[in-house]
Write a protein that binds this ligand. Structure first.
Ligand code: FAD
Length: 524
């Protein structure tokens, strides 16, 4: 069935509107046929399904602004959700009964949506990237100039607007802060349909509010991002620990060393699950080394893997081993369990993509993903280990990577909407599990158990990529930032049009639609 456009089949919510308000001719870019709306009714998580009434394929930010204005001035407003790649896991990019904006359309067939420039009269460089652009494409384009953004996510096939609406964290964040700390300027379509530029100096409330603002205050159509000279090569190390205290102590030591230290620090729990699904995020170990690690893991039930990387130029290759060894001497991994690889900067940053390809080829990518990401304060990470890694998760095999790495609060800007624990160092914990056996409910029950455990033990965690269904939980999540966030919502999206899938600000318009939400029951 070929896509049906709005001009052919007007959906009921639009025919009630006064003709004159459709200021731009965008009707031919809005599709309402069931094939299209069904494709936009779920996300990577595959846990939530709620179809929109229509999908806009914009050709410019003006198209998006026209759509939002149309809704804003209508007596029957409808919700609008920007959708990057739909890599959310809890329906955050859905617009039940409203309109989904397919952001990638902004860049389709165009090569002018990523531009590398030098700041006026200075030597600093930046890249202007469309909100719809994938980080992998930003990397390709900046590398042509020998430059690259400095803060990343582990996986680069995410959109600029999607990660900046959350935070964007990876192993570089301890040094450079999350991606939201590396933005100079944004262009945004607000919930009133205005196109606004904002930065630290220009409309700063909007700028800080949108960064980490979960799509609530505006749709990012362009971001000006900091770049630095791109290194050529990466010496990439993995060190195995059987003792959690030594593992986290060494991680914290590495993030305390400034400029001359590691450029990237992460870590993970390796459980008895040695299948691809447990370890798809990069191929690192040789078969021989992997056998050795597996043997150790089966002796201890689980081991911890500290992952670090040192960037370097070919011209300084001779000193990189020396540098790495001087760090390794400070660390307490299991003797004989240090492994290193040497890869290009591009291969290092794009390491997760290979795993995606493998999972896709095995039909294991498009499965439900009941992922849980939380930030746990350093003071309680040992309690978390005992209760969760050695307790709640113990009897299971992991069914996906379990990430554990420290971040520094002083690299986050308090004025931004993103929320973190109130402690100088906190841990990013990612339980990235795939329900390959059709048992997502069981895995999700484990997530609930983990959160209940944290509540019971008084662990002041914050959810990352948060998901709540009650406004009281959102109020707790935002804490002291809640009142400011509400005020910004009132200012920039007073009719509660944007990103309804986050379920922060609901109205009677949305409530009845959410009630119809149907989870995926059985996929297999
Ligand atoms: P979507 O899921 O499409 O949208 C996310 C939210 O942002 C929605 O509410 C949407 O309405 C809103 N939104 C989308 N585009 C815009 C825009 N232009 N302007 C305003 N709002 C917008 N995150 C990390 O921080 N670090 C990681 O290492 C990391 N690794 C990941 C690996 C995988 C395999 C996956 C699937 C996700 C990973 N994520 C990671 C999570 C990722 O940051 C989020 O899924 C994020 O939402 C980006 O995905 P997206 O671009 O597809 O956005």
């Amino acid at each position: 069935m070929s896509p049906q456009r709005l001009s052919h089949i007007p959906p009921s919510f639009l025919i009630t509107l006064p003709q004159g308000l459709l200021e731009l001719d965008i009707a031919d870019r809005i599709y309402v046929d069931p094939d299209t709306t069904t494709r936009f009714s779920t996300d990577f998580g595959r846990l939530t399904r709620a179809p929109p009434s229509a999908v806009l394929y914009p050709s410019s930010p003006d198209d998006i602004a026209a759509l939002v204005r149309f809704s804003y001035f209508s007596p029957h407003p409808f919700t609008v959700a920007a959708r990057g790649c739909g890599h959310s896991v809890r329906g955050q990019a859905l617009a039940p009964g409203g309109v989904v904006v397919d952001m990638p359309s902004l860049g389709r067939g165009r090569d002018d949506r990523i531009n590398v420039s030098r700041g006026d009269g200075s030597s600093f460089w930046y890249v202007d990237a469309g909100g719809e652009q994938l980080w992998i494409d930003v990397l390709h384009e900046t590398l042509k100039h020998g430059l690259a953004p400095r803060s990343w996510t582990d996986y680069l096939h995410l959109t600029v607007g999607g990660t900046l609406s959350n935070a964007g964290v990876s192993g570089q964040a301890f040094r450079h802060g999350p991606q939201i700390s590396n933005v100079y300027e944004l262009e945004v379509v607000t919930g009133k349909g205005e196109i606004m530029r904002c930065s630290h100096n220009e409309n700063p409330a909007l700028f800080y509010g949108v960064l980490g603002g979960l799509g609530q205050l505006g749709i990012i159509t362009r971001a000006r991002i900091a770049v630095e000279p791109a290194p050529e090569r990466v010496r990439w190390a993995r060190l195995i620990y059987t003792d959690f205290v030594s593992f986290t102590r060494d991680q914290e030591l590495l993030i305390s060393i400034s400029e001359e230290g590691f450029d990237y620090v992460e870590g993970s729990l390796l459980m008895m699950d040695h299948s691809l699904i447990g370890n798809w995020r990069s191929s690192f170990f040789s078969d021989r080394d992997w056998e050795k690690v597996k043997l150790l893991a089966s002796q201890f039930g689980a081991v911890y893997c500290l992952e670090g990387a040192v960037y370097y130029e070919l011209a300084t290759a001779s000193s990189v081993d020396q540098k790495l060894h001087s760090f390794l001497k400070l660390l307490s991994f299991v003797p004989g369990f240090a492994f290193a690889n040497d890869v290009s900067y591009m291969a290092f940053l794009d390491r997760v993509h290979d795993g995606e390809m493998k999972l896709r080829s095995m039909g294991l990518w498009d499965v439900p993903h009941p992922w849980l990401n939380i930030f746990v304060p350093k003071s309680r990470i040992r309690d978390f280990e005992i209760g969760v890694f050695k307790g709640i998760l113990k009897p299971n095999n992991s069914r996906g990577p379990v990430l554990i790495y420290p971040l520094k609060k002083n690299k986050w800007d308090e004025k931004m909407s993103a929320v973190i624990p109130d402690e100088e160092i906190f841990y990013s914990i990612g339980l990235l599990r795939s329900a390959i056996m059709g048992d997502w409910e069981h895995l999700d029950d484990k997530n609930d158990e983990i959160l209940r455990f944290c509540h019971r033990e008084g662990i002041q965690y914050k959810q990352y990529l948060p998901h709540y269904t009650a406004q009281t939980d959102w109020m707790k999540h935002f804490g002291l930032k809640w009142n400011v966030f509400v005020e910004l919502k009132r200012r920039y999206d007073p009719k509660l049009l944007l990103s309804p899938g986050q379920r922060i600000f609901t109205s009677s318009l949305m409530d009845h639609v959410w009630e119809q939400e149907i989870p995926f029951l059985k996929l297999y």
